[in-house]
Write a protein that binds this ligand. Structure first.
Ligand SMILES: *Cc1c(COP(=O)(O)O)cnc(C)c1O
Length: 367
C-alpha cells in the first residue's frame, strides 16, 4: 500500500468506543470554561432539550461524568428499596454484570436467566411477576455480548400491570441507533453512555428518569453520594451538575446532537437497521450463521457465529492493515463468534467496504 493510501487511523467497528468524526473530536479542544459560570449553564441548557428529543421525554436527562456503569449503580442504588427486590433479565455478560452491581449495592435480586444468544420471552417475565412483587425490572435492551435485542416493547404492558414496579432500561449499546420512546412507553430510567451509537468519545453517561422514579428515590435513605439522583435533580433544575463535569465532552455532545437531529432520528434508526441487515445478509452469504436466535438480532452490533472456524485474530490483523478493526467475541464467546459494530455515524457504504475486506481475507483461507 502506498503511503498516500495508508489510512491515518484505525476505524473502530468494535462495540465501543467507536469511530468519532474528526470534527467532533476537535470540539473537545475548546478553551475551558468554569462549570459554575453562565457560559456553562448556557451549554447545559442548550444540550438538555436536544437530549430530551433523542430520549423522547419532556422531563429530564441527567448528565453524569462516568461511563454507563456509573448509572447502573445509580439505578440500582436509588430505585430499589432495601427490604424489597429487583428482577434482572439476564441473557449475556452485560445483563449479568448489572445484576452483580445491584448485589454489590446490597440489593436483593432475582434473575430470569436464559442461554446466551436467546432473548427473554415476555411470557417468562409475566410468569415471574405473578409469583413475586418487585421494586424494579432491570432490562438490558441490547445485549452487546451476544448481539441479542430483547423485546422491550412487549415487556412494557406486562410490567405496567404492577404500578409499583419501575422499568429500568440499559440502552448503552443501542441508544441513538434505535427508537426508545421513554414517554410513550412510560419507562422509568433509561441509561446510555457516549462512546457507542452516539458516536462520541467515552466519558459521559446520560439517563432519562421519570417523576415516579424520583418519588421512589425519596424512599431510599442511602442513595450514595456521586450518583444520588435527587442531587442530580437539584442541580439539573439550575442547568448544572453536582460536581465538575467533563466540559470538553459536553462541547462535543452539543455539536454531535445537532448533527444527529439534522440527520433526523427516524432516518438514523433506519440507517442502523439497514447496516444491520447488510451484515446479516453478508454473514449468510459468506457461509456463517448469526449468533442470535432468529428475530432478535441487534440493529447496532452484529454477532456472527464462527461456523467456518476462521482464525479471527488473523482476520483482525488483515483488517488493521486496511485501517479497520472488529471484535473477536466477548468472554466465553471469544473466537466462537466475532462482532461487527455497525453503529454511530457509519454509513451503509462503509459497512459494505468493511465486509468486502473481510471477504478478501476469507478468499485467502481454505474453506
Ligand atoms: C458497554 C456497555 C455497558 C458498559 O458501559 P460503560 O459505558 O462501558 O460503563 C453496559 N451495558 C451494555 C449493554 C454495554 O454495551
Amino acid at each position: 500500500m502506498s503511503d498516500a493510501k495508508k489510512p491515518d487511523h484505525v476505524r473502530l467497528f468494535i462495540p465501543g468506543p467507536i469511530e468519532v468524526r474528526k470534527e467532533i473530536l476537535d470540539e473537545q479542544a475548546r478553551w475551558m470554561i468554569g462549570h459554575r459560570s453562565s457560559e456553562f449553564e448556557a451549554l447545559f441548557a442548550r444540550v438538555q432539550p436536544k437530549l430530551r428529543q433523542v430520549f423522547y421525554t419532556n422531563s429530564r436527562v441527567y448528565v453524569s461524568t462516568s461511563s454507563g456503569t456509573g448509572l447502573w449503580e445509580a439505578a440500582s442504588r436509588n430505585l430499589i428499596r432495601d427490604d424489597r427486590k429487583a428482577l434482572h433479565l439476564v441473557n449475556g455478560a452485560f445483563s449479568e454484570r448489572w445484576a452483580a452491581v445491584s448485589q454489590a449495592n446490597g440489593k436483593k435480586v432475582d434473575v430470569i436467566s436464559v442461554p446466551w444468544g436467546t432473548a427473554i420471552k415476555p411470557e417468562q417475565l409475566a410468569d415471574q411477576l405473578k409469583k413475586e412483587s418487585y421494586d424494579a425490572v432491570a432490562i438490558v435492551l441490547n445485549e452487546t455480548s451476544t448481539g441479542v435485542k430483547n423485546p422491550l416493547e412487549e415487556y412494557v404492558p406486562i410490567i405496567k400491570q404492577y404500578p409499583d414496579t419501575l422499568i429500568l432500561v440499559d440502552a448503552v449499546s443501542i441508544f441513538g441507533g434505535y427508537k426508545i420512546d421513554f414517554a410513550g412507553l412510560g419507562l422509568d430510567m433509561v441509561i446510555t453512555s457516549t462512546q457507542k451509537a452516539l458516536a462520541l468519545p467515552p466519558g459521559l453517561a446520560f439517563a432519562a428518569v421519570s417523576d415516579k422514579a424520583l418519588e421512589r428515590a425519596k424512599e431510599v435513605p442511602y442513595r450514595g453520594y456521586y450518583f444520588d439522583l435527587l442531587e442530580l435533580e437539584n442541580f439539573l433544575i439550575k442547568n448544572n451538575t453536582p460536581s465538575t463535569p467533563n466540559i470538553s465532552l459536553m462541547f462535543a455532545t452539543d455539536k454531535q446532537l445537532d448533527y444527529i437531529l439534522a440527520e433526523g432520528l427516524e432516518a438514523r434508526f433506519a440507517r442502523h437497521e439497514q447496516m444491520a441487515q447488510t451484515v446479516r445478509d453478508w454473514a449468510v452469504e459468506a457461509g456463517f450463521e448469526m449468533f442470535p436466535e432468529k428475530g432478535y438480532a441487534s440493529p447496532t452490533v452484529g454477532v456472527i457465529a464462527n461456523t467456518r472456524n476462521i482464525d479471527v485474530s488473523a482476520l483482525n490483523k488483515f483488517l488493521k492493515g486496511h485501517g479497520a478493526t472488529i471484535n473477536n467475541g466477548y468472554g466465553k464467546l471469544k473466537d466462537k463468534t466475532f462482532r461487527i459494530a455497525h453503529m454511530g455515524d457509519a454509513s451503509v457504504a462503509e459497512v459494505e467496504d468493511l465486509l468486502k475486506t473481510v471477504s478478501q481475507f476469507l478468499e485467502s483461507v481454505p474453506v
